[in-house]
Write a protein that binds this ligand. Structure first.
Ligand code: HEC
Length: 281
């Protein structure tokens, strides 16, 4: 069984080399993004780019219909409400998240992760929220903790719905961080020796066991997700799950490696609209 899956995953690698190997030489983030899109859209000419925000659902009408029905009355509304309360509750010093995040926290999620020149590293939206807490005398939340940052961002990110993903990679240090994330995405690891790309590029649209695999373009716009109804999962939580699927030891969430991966991975979705807190299987 395992052997069969591996064989299936290995087919199609040649195509990837042609599509992205060339892009690696003198690639810019924009030419990388275009290469990914070209690879997927030539393989699946009937799927519109704007539908990539639905991930694997774009490849399966029945699952998409189920998604639409669930999204009409989301079973996770109460978590989003709890997040709203967290968002609106002032810190002990009377300040709020809105007072310390850019733009009052509205229409900003698509700018993250961003490269912070002063810090010399990538900052995710969760990092920015924690920085805001610390600057106001509150303790930082445990990074990527579903009960705190998960709930808060399940609401907070809805304030950016409709904004286009707009990751900027400018200057040598930002480029190095982007390249590091790209390397992680394409590096084979774990006992099964798969890279993110083995599944989400070569095998996007292919069924692995019972699951259709989603393309990486469109991946980063819709977080957090509620899996199966109320299991709240943030983007790096998902990365951890995928590392474990191939029996690799995941880098720590919030680490430079994970943040750089999120930086590269998010830029692949540039130009697609953000939509927070959606259902996933
Ligand atoms: C063995 C194949 C495999 C590998 C390798 C893999 N994934 Fe996944 N991944 C899946 C499957 C299966 C799902 C669930 C179905 C789907 O949405 O694609 C998934 C889901 C995801 C999702 C959620 C998609 C959504 O719309 O909710 C993201 C994001 C993701 N993977 C990122 C990654 C990253 C980053 C890596 C590399 C660290 C990686 N994956 C490696 C198989 C894999």
């Amino acid at each position: 069984m395992k052997q069969q899956i591996i064989m299936r995953l290995l087919t199609g690698i040649a195509g990837l080399g042609i599509a992205l190997g060339a892009a690696t030489a003198h690639a810019t983030p924009e030419s990388d993004r275009q290469a990914f899109i070209k690879y997927y859209t030539s393989k699946y000419p009937n799927i519109k780019l704007e539908d990539y925000v639905y991930g694997a659902l774009a490849f399966d009408e029945d699952s998409k219909a189920q998604y639409d029905a669930i999204m009409e009355f989301p079973p996770f509304e109460s978590d989003i409400d709890a997040g709203r309360k967290m968002w609106e509750t002032p810190f002990k010093n009377g300040k709020t998240y809105a007072s310390c995040l850019p733009g009052g926290g509205q229409q900003i999620a698509g700018n993250y992760p961003m490269f912070d020149e002063a810090k010399g590293k990538v900052v995710t939206l969760n990092d920015a929220i924690n920085d805001c807490r610390v600057a106001n005398g509150e303790e930082a939340f445990k990074i990527n903790d579903a009960k705190t940052l998960g709930k808060l961002t399940a609401y907070m990110r809805t304030l950016s719905d409709g904004m286009m993903m707009n990751i900027k990679v400018q200057g040598p240090k930002a480029t190095a961080a982007y390249e590091d994330g790209k390397k992680t995405f394409f590096s084979r690891k774990g006992q099964l020796n798969f890279a993110c790309s083995s599944c989400h590029v070569q095998n996007a649209g292919v069924r692995l066991r019972s699951e259709l695999i989603s393309p990486a373009v469109g991946h980063a716009v819709h977080w957090p997700v509620f899996r199966g109804g109320d299991n709240l999962v943030m983007l790096q939580n998902r990365y951890t799950g995928c590392f474990k699927q191939v029996r690799a030891v995941p880098p720590a969430e919030g680490s430079v490696t994970m943040n750089n991966l999120e930086y590269f991975h998010s830029s692949l979705s540039n130009g697609l609209p953000m939509k927070a807190s959606v259902f996933r299987k």
